[in-house]
Structure formats: C-alpha cells, structure tokens
Ligand binder design. Structure first.
Ligand SMILES: [Zn+2]
Length: 844
C-alpha cells in the first residue's frame, strides 16, 4: 500500500518533470559543449543568448536587460523564482521596500509581511572577468532551477526570489574569452591579457561600491535599490596554491557602521556553506581567513540590510587545468584547522572543479535563504528599525550650501542619494551644537534607514590597532582603509553630536548651480575663478574653440574687484559671449567682464598635446586616468612602448603622463616567456633616453604615485624616496588620507586651499634637494583618516615636486592624485600640471 503510494507520487512527479524538461534547453545543447570542459568557455554573447532562451522556455525565469555596459553590451539580470511567485513579483518587491523602511509599517504589519514575503538573494558572477568559473556556472544553476522539480529545488523556488547576474562585467567576459581563444594551443595559452578587463578600471570595478563611478556599478545599484536583497553572493577566484574556496566569516575588523545582526548573519551563512560543501566531500573549504569587511568599496550591501558573501575559489589558467602538488601549497592550507578542517590533497584542478565549487556555494546559499526565509526577513526588518530609531551621537551631518566647489559638493550628495541616503534642506535658519546655520543648509539626519552608509562616508575612519597577542606586530589591513568623502572631494561637512530642531524638507533632486555671465560692452575679456573642477572643464571647452586664454600669475584688480593669481582670463572675440553663456549655463561657471587689459604676467594656455603612457602590463591607474581625463574633457592620446622607443616625442607631444607603474614595468614590461612578443617588453633603455631627450628639449613628464621612482632614478635627480627601503613593520600606510600644505601661488596648485588632504597608498615620501616642492607633509602626524604606521617618515617631506631638466620639466606627483576617480579635491593638481607643462610665463 505504502509502496504503491510512493510509486504513484513518483510517477506523477516524473510526468510533471518530463513536461518541464521537454522545452527547457540544456546549456550543452545551446553551447555545444558541457560547462566546465577543459579549455572550453562560453563568451558573453553565448551567455546572453542562453539566458534569452531560458527566459522564453521557462515560467520560472524572467531575464531583463537593465541597461548597456561601458562598451555598449547588454547588462542582464535573471529573476528566478516559482511560476506562482512570478505572478506576484511586484507585490514581493513592495514587501522588501516596506521591510527596509520601518517608518512605514508597524511591527504587526512587518510580521504579516515576514510570513508572506520571500527571501531575496542576489548572485553576482565574475565581476573580475578572468575569474571565469562563476559566469559559466550561472547557466547550469539557472537551468537546474528552471528544469528540476526535486524537493530542494522546489523549496528554493517557493521561498526565494533570486536575482542572478550571470556576468557582472559582460565586457570583460568577452575580452578575456576572446584573448584566451586567440592563444589557445600556443605557448601563450592562459597568458595574461595585455589590457584591462574593464575598459577603464580593470580589477578596481569591485572597489566602486560607494562612489558608483562606473556604469556597471550604477546598474547593479539600480537593481539592488529596487529589491533590497537580504543575501548577496559575490563570486570570485583567487590564487592557485591556497585553499580551494574561501567563504566568510571575514576576519577583523568590520567597518563600525555595519550592524552586528548582519555580521552574525554573514558568519552563519558562511559556515552553513562551508558545512554543506564539506558534507558533499569538497575539500579545502576555508573560512575566517585573510579577507576583512572594512571598506564599503567592496560591500554596498553591508550598509543596506544585506549580507555580502564573498567566495574566492582557487584559479587555473582561465580554462586550462593545472596540477598542483601538495608540497607547493601555501603553508596555512596544509594542516587541518578550525578554519579548514578538511584540507585538499592536491592534484588536478580544472574549470569543472571551479564550476562545481561555485555551484555548491550558490546552492547552499539559496537553500539557507529558503529554509530560514522568515529569519532573514525578520532580521532585515530589525536592522532597518534600529537604523531609524538611532539615538547615539552623532545626530546629523551638516553640509553648508556655501562651498568652495559647490558643483563637486552636489556630486558628493548625489553619491549619497544613489546610496538611498535622504538629504534635507533647511527652510529657515537653525542652531546646532551651538552654531547658527542659515536657510538652505543641507542636513543628513543619521536616524534613517541608510544613516550608517552616510555616516561611514562622511566621518573620518579610525582603523583599529589589531595585534594577535600583546606585543605582537600590528595586523596590517587587507585593503585601503579611508573612504571619507568630504576629505576626498574637498567638501565641508560638519558633524553634529546633539539633537536639534530644524524646519527642513527632503530634497529629491539636486542639480548643479547655474552659472552666469556679467557681460560688459567693449570688454577686453572675461575672467573666471579656478576654484571648482568645472572651472577647468570650462577652460578645456574654450581652449578647444581656439580662444586666447591665460592664467594670471599675480593678483590684479578690475572694476574695483580683486582677482587672485590663477584667475583665468579669456580675451574677447566675436562669438565669445554666446559661447560663455552656453558654458555658464551647463557648468555653473561665473564669468565676469573686464574692461581693460590687466598689466600682469600670465601663462598663455593652448591646446596641450597630451600623451598617456599605456603599458601592456595593464594598469588600473592608467585606466582611471583615462576615465577622469575624459570626464573632465581633456584631449589625450595613449602612447605605447613602440612610439616611445621610436623617439622624436616632441614632434607629437607637449606633456606625457606616466601613470602609477613600477620602473621595471615601464622599462622591461612582461617577458616574452609570458606574453606574445608584440606585447612583451617595455620602453627599454632607448625609451628612457628618448624620454630624457623629450624633456631636455622642452617637454614635460608627469609621473603619478609610484612612477616617481622612474624619474628619480633614471634622471639621477637629487630627490629621494625616504621610505623606499623601509619594511612594512616600520612604515605602512595602506590607503589613508593625510594632511598636506600646498604652495597655492604655484601654477600647479592654482585653485587649491593652503591646506588639503591627499590620499596615500603605495606612495613615495619625497626628500627634496632639487626642484620646487609644491605639496608638503607637516612636521607632525599627518593622519586625517585611516591608519598610519611610521608617521615620522613624513615630517616636512614632500608629496609633489616640480623639477626642471634641460628646457623641460618633470612634475612628480607622489600620491594617487585621481585615486579611483574619488579624490576630486586633488584632481586639479594634475589638471593644472597638464596646462603648466605646456606653457611659460609671459606678458598677458
Ligand atoms: Zn575577484
């Protein structure tokens, strides 16, 4: 009897599943190979195509194109849940919105939603495109969820809404697969790609989760903010000789604004995945190792009610298998430990293994979310309820509406708003912490759902001193440690500790201030400031139109008004006023008419023939430099080794930038053993000679951050890097914001304040016996935000030097001046250097 019943159920299931299977295409039927086969990888087009087919064939899968990527490819997300849930998708999305804002519902209403709602899981695959396993796996996962009808699949489909991003960097997936296929079967199979796998930012695409500079970040945030997933699984790959997979818990420290509930959930999910995988017999699963949770640059979700589960699976040579011997393993994975009770024994490691590990991690994540659906939703609600009921100081941050660079201030507030931070504007004056603030002041109250995100980005970071035992060396951070937007962007933001009352309204859209032109008849020309980054965009636009423009090198007066050195002056010409009007309205720049020609010396500004060195050892800083130059409308040309080796650089360039690169990379590049000959090598000794000749004949070389070393050594300058030979235990500043003083009368520093902040990471500290120091560290601890060890190495040293060589100059900018597109307050030091590098002082 019992037997017969089971049989019946079995038959009916078989029948049902057969019907479902009939129409849903298997990955191998579409791709022509089994996923995870050695040396076989699906590219972006194939993956998009496969998901389109699933969308058509399955009621459980809805594939949406969220937008276009940087290179114009489709950025897709697959919404996967039961057919029944799909009918009510919008209702479930609304539930998420309500649970995310405890001001809108009561505890009783929350409980009703919790019992009815679905856990939302987001899985992001292969943001680092060469970490290709996850995007291949995504097709297998989607197929199984579409086609299978077993108990665990149904449990997931009924309880979870999965937002699956099969490729988190579609452009990169295509680039790396094309490169891999091109070299397949040659000596260079699996060789590194000579360009970035994101057009501008390469690997840093996963460091953009609070600044949202790149298109793909913005598209992801759009989905995230619409759905507020409780669980986000970010699938990566790492080195070859360590553990087979890392899962959380993370190691200390957590960034202090991340809710403790969330931290516990990260640990719980991580160890659940670890136990499931170990249960399946998968060896080498490690947790609580290496990766911390300090920077929001990798974890938007931690400030938005969702846990970030990072997985890092051991890599191969893209899809080419490796044999790894136990003796070659990193020491920490050889013996069983609490973190990894079942070490891997070594042997063959192939794409199929990576896909299997990724699949298991994804499946375990979904299983946990399904089984503990209510717990996830309840804690999600609790996190947001705590956030809106926040009582501890600070109470708010105030952002005055009178700022040196209002347009950049608005960009900063736009960033906060993209992270769903609510910004208010005072409709009358008010007092806070004993000071009076006028109407129009912006206020960020911290008792709001994403107050923690705002606080993390507005406050100065204090990275903790962690020692394994008393007297042990300080634990050095895993990643950068400072992310204070007001310091990075040059914006004044004031921390207010005590509660205050202010009449204010929430502002939804902040737009750039409108500029204006004070036109005068028979003007000699028009003057505008040098205070905002948009002032320099205005310069670029007008220079491109062929107007005669200068920087005043000294103070002057016109119409009774005093103008400082650095003021930009454009001489009058037919059509100018119309052009100024258009620039003013677009950029918020204020042009003032000048009747008579000021009797001053000035720097004449012409279109600069700018070259940006592009190594085949692809550099993220080179990419970020391209990105910022384009955003601020600088014309440039990339220069490769070949052109530098050819010489006669003055024929084509006034200014050449060497981005943050090591000297050995610039001179020697990558060896022919590792990369095809057309991309091997660097500029060589001949290139060094040609660069020197370029400078001596009047050209300007600008070196960024660690590329300072190239200039110091190759041209035997009397400038030293004081920390070059100092070990990490004595000196380490892993991405902090430091105080500097600035020679603001020097053209490179026009528009700067006398004091400022620079981002410091893998940077030199310059002891200057030659040239002019423009930016200098103080004679005391320069730390403003982050972490510093070895502060006395900075005392009175320089961060930016202008040196002449023959008829030209070298401008050594010894810090990341454009740091990941974030350090708006120092952008102008590079912008000015570009123009300064191609001009000289003369009569106006
Ligand atoms: Zn990665």
């Amino acid at each position: 009897m019992k037997r017969a019943k089971i049989f019946c159920i079995g038959l009916s299931l078989l029948f049902l599943s057969h019907a479902a299977f009939a129409t849903i295409p298997k990955p191998e039927e579409v791709l022509g190979f089994n996923i995870g086969t050695d040396r076989k990888v699906a590219d972006m087009h194939q993956i998009v195509d496969y998901f389109a087919k699933l969308d058509k064939a399955s009621e459980r899968i809805l594939v949406k194109e969220i937008g276009k990527t940087t290179m114009g490819n489709p950025f897709i997300v697959a919404f996967i849940t039961s057919a029944e849930n799909h009918k009510n998708l919008e209702k479930y999305r609304q539930y998420q919105q309500l649970l995310a804002d405890a001001r809108k519902i009561t505890d009783e209403e929350a409980e009703e939603i919790i019992s009815e709602g679905k856990a939302v899981v987001m899985i992001n695959c292969s943001i680092h495109a060469s970490e290709i396993g996850a995007c291949q796996m995504s097709m297998e996962l989607a197929y199984d969820l579409a086609a299978k009808n077993d108990k665990s699949t149904r449990e997931i489909l009924d309880n979870v809404i999965l937002l699956l991003t099969p490729m988190h960097n579609p452009d990169g997936t295509q680039l790396v697969v094309d490169w891999y296929k091109k070299n397949l079967g040659t000596k260079y199979e699996g060789s590194p790609m000579p360009w970035l796998y994101h057009k501008y930012v390469g690997h840093d695409n996963n460091r953009d989760w609070y600044m949202f500079t790149q298109v793909e970040s913005r598209l992801t945030i759009k989905v995230h903010n619409a759905w507020h997933p409780q669980v986000i699984l970010d699938m990566h790959q790492t080195g070859r000789t360590g553990a087979r997979i890392f899962v959380p818990p993370f190691v200390d420290p957590y960034e202090p604004n991340i809710d403790p509930i969330l931290r516990q959930q990260v640990a719980m999910m991580g160890t659940f995945i670890a136990s499931e995988m170990t249960g399946e017999g998968k060896a080498g699963v490690i947790h609580s190792n290496r990766y911390d949770a300090w920077t929001p640059a990798r974890a938007y979700h931690h400030y938005h009610g969702g846990i970030r589960i990072l997985t890092e699976v051991a890599s191969i040579k893209l899809a080419t298998p490796l044999t790894i011997k136990f003796k070659d393993f990193a020491a920490y994975v050889k013996e069983p430990s609490v973190k990894m009770p079942m070490p891997w024994k070594g042997g063959r490691w192939a794409l199929r293994d990576i896909v299997d590990y990724d699949y298991s991690a994804a499946k375990a994540t979904l299983t946990n979310a399904a089984k503990l659906r209510e717990n996830w939703l309840r804690n999600f609600y609790r996190i947001h309820k705590k956030a809106v009921n926040r009582k501890e100081p600070p109470f708010a941050y105030i952002i005055p509406d009178k700022q040196k660079d209002l347009s950049t201030t608005i960009k900063m507030m736009n960033v906060l708003q993209m992270g769903e931070v609510e910004i208010h504007r005072a409709s009358e004056s008010f007092a806070a912490d004993g000071h009076e603030y006028p109407e129009g002041t912006y206020i960020v109250f911290l008792a709001q759902p994403y107050g923690g995100f705002a606080k993390a980005l507005l406050e100065n970071q204090v990275y903790p001193a962690i020692r394994e035992y008393p007297g042990a060396p300080l634990k050095t951070p895993y990643d950068v440690v400072a992310h204070t937007l007001p310091l990075l962007m040059g914006v004044e933001a004031i921390r207010i500790n005590d509660p205050f009352q202010a009449k204010s309204v929430k502002v939804d859209k902040l737009s750039r201030p409108r500029g204006k032109i004070d036109a005068v008849d028979n003007a000699f020309g028009y003057a505008w400031g040098h205070d905002t980054n948009d002032d320099i965009v205005a310069l670029n636009r007008l220079v491109k139109k062929g107007y005669s423009i200068s920087w005043a090198s000294e103070n002057f007066s016109a119409k009774g008004k005093k103008y400082p050195a650095g003021t930009m002056i454009v001489q009058n010409k037919k059509g100018l006023v119309e052009d100024l009007k258009s620039v003013a309205s677009d950029l918020g720049v204020h042009f003032e008419g000048i009747l008579a020609k000021p009797e001053i010396k000035a720097y004449a500004l012409n279109p600069v023939r700018l070259g940006l060195y592009k190594s085949w050892d692809a550099s993220m800083d080179e990419g970020w430099t391209r990105w910022v130059l384009e955003q601020y409308e600088f014309a440039y040309k990339s220069i490769h080794n070949k052109e530098i080796k050819k010489g006669d650089l003055n024929e084509n360039f006034d200014v050449i930038i060497f981005p943050d690169l090591r000297t050995s990379t610039i001179i020697n590049g990558i060896s022919e053993e590792s990369i095809p000959p057309e991309y091997s090598g660097g500029i060589g000794e001949i290139g060094v000679k040609n660069i020197k000749e370029f400078i001596q004949k009047g050209g300007t070389l600008i070196t960024l951050n660690s590329a300072a070393d190239f200039a110091l050594k190759q041209f035997s300058l009397a400038i030293e890097n004081s920390v070059e030979k100092v070990d990490r235990k004595t000196f380490f500043v892993p991405g902090s914001l430091l105080k500097v003083s600035i020679e603001r009368n020097h053209p490179i520093a026009y528009g700067c304040e006398a004091e400022g902040a620079v981002f410091f990471r893998r940077s030199p500290v310059l002891a200057v016996k030659e040239g002019k120091s423009i930016v200098a560290y103080p004679a005391h601890n320069p730390l403003l935000s982050g972490w510093i060890n070895g502060e006395d190495y900075f005392y009175n040293k320089s961060a930016l030097v202008d040196v002449t060589l023959g008829e030209g100059r070298i401008i050594i900018i010894g810090f990341p001046v454009l740091y990941r597109g974030q350090s708006h307050s120092t952008f102008r030091l590079l912008f000015n250097s570009i123009y300064y590098g191609a001009t000289s002082l003369g009569e106006l």
